[in-house]
Design a protein around this ligand. Structure first.
Ligand code: ATP
Length: 370
């Protein structure tokens, strides 16, 4: 990553009374792969459209490679684009489709265009398909042609909006690696919109999580997974268990959290801030793989008693669903290593040990400990 390349500075977009994007600021490095994720309507496409120049921002600036492009027309921004619908020209062959953006940019030397088209076809591994028409290709092949076309003029910035949304799971996964491989090889800066968080985590250097038009958190996949800054991000990225409780004391790096009338958990956490303060409602959050399970009586002190509801083997892990005895309304999902036989059965009574260092406490929308 060489310095900041693409800067969004206080970007806003209002459609009448709808605030589609509010004060979005992102600094993206050259050659970085950044995904925008979030629920439907969170402003991802609007943000991308403003970078592309299809939507005029209501406020803010877009700077690419040191140039303020906020009010520059789309065709002068030097940006490549790939959308969910392949948008190939049906009456043109694959070769002609890929050559199109080169011609549009004033390239008239036929030999040069042909060489470039061949290179691009090789890059997306479709060398023998140049003469075909789009309708003679599979969905994945069409998407690769769309990619080749977007990359043909070597745009320093590539924007992709759900480019794999129309493909089945297997093909989508294969294409994720393909896109990543091409992006790394070409050193392109990519902004990628998806609502598939697994896809974002797999492909991205950093992920921007959006909700209601706002940026909630921007970080590497590991940062978002290990240190979510809000209950929303914790829930949106990966699987998370939540238990609602009440903070009855918070001092000296230890929080006492009441889960029910007779159950109080003492949670140690480094750097626990002043809040949540006593009396505050909180959400305790823990990942499924960070709960340890022992047979009843074998868990030691500080355990939570629970009863197994189901235990299923899903290939790589066992998924255990347990009900807390102190809070029958709470079901927790736990992931256990797959080695060995079925570790627990329905109605087994167990002790749960929540790994102290892996507990997050959230009050309102803030994160308080990890
Ligand atoms: P999805 O994942 O469903 O594609 P998104 O995160 O990309 O959603 P946007 O399409 O950016 O979300 O929409 C953000 C908000 O702005 C939504 O509430 C949407 O209804 C609204 N919106 C988008 N485009 C327009 C428009 N042209 N006119 C009015 N409202 C719009």
């Amino acid at each position: 990553m060489i310095g900041q390349y693409l800067s969004l500075i206080g970007l806003e977009k209002h459609f009448g009374s709808v605030r589609a994007v509010t004060t979005l600021s992102l600094e993206i490095g050259a050659g970085e792969f950044v995904s925008l994720v979030g629920p439907s309507g969170s402003g991802k496409t609007t943000a991308l459209n403003m970078i592309a120049g299809f939507e005029e921002p209501s406020a803010g600036k877009i700077v690419i490679g040191g140039r303020d492009l906020t009010h520059v027309t789309p065709n002068r921004r030097g940006i490549g684009m790939v959308f969910q619908k392949y948008a190939l020209f049906p009456h043109m062959t694959v070769q002609q489709n890929i050559a199109f953006p080169l011609r549009m940019r004033g390239q008239s030397n036929k030999t040069r265009i042909a060489t470039r088209v061949d290179e691009m076809l090789e890059l997306v591994q479709l060398s023998s398909y140049g003469e075909r028409y789009p309708q003679q290709l599979s969905g994945g092949q069409q998407q690769r042609v769309a990619l080749a076309r977007a990359l043909a003029f070597e745009p320093p910035v590539l924007l992709m909006d759900e480019p794999l949304g129309a493909l089945d799971k297997k093909l989508r996964e294969a294409m994720q690696f393909e896109i990543k491989r091409l992006q790394e090889r070409l050193g392109a800066t990519v902004v990628y919109v998806t609502h598939d968080q697994d896809e974002a985590l797999t492909m991205s250097d950093r992920v921007a999580v959006m909700a209601g038009g706002e940026l909630k958190q921007f970080g590497t996949p590991t940062e978002l997974y290990r240190h979510p800054n809000s209950a929303f991000v914790a829930d949106f990225i990966g699987r998370m268990n939540f238990i609602e409780g009440n903070c009855i004391e918070n001092a000296g790096g230890t929080a006492m959290v009441r889960l029910s009338d007779d159950t109080v958990l003492s949670i140690r956490a480094q750097g626990l801030p002043a809040r949540p303060s006593a009396g505050q409602s909180i959400k305790l959050a823990i990942r499924p793989e960070r709960v340890r399970v022992a047979r009843r009586g074998e868990g030691g002190s500080g355990c939570l008693a629970a009863v197994v509801q189901t235990c299923v083997f899903v290939g790589s892990v066992h998924i255990l669903v347990v009900r807390l005895e102190c809070r029958p309304d709470v079901l927790l999902q736990i992931q256990l290593p797959a080695e060995g036989g079925q570790p627990f059965r329905e109605r087994d009574t167990v002790d749960l040990l929540l790994d102290d260092g892996a507990i997050h406490l959230f009050a309102d929308t803030e994160r308080h400990a990890a």
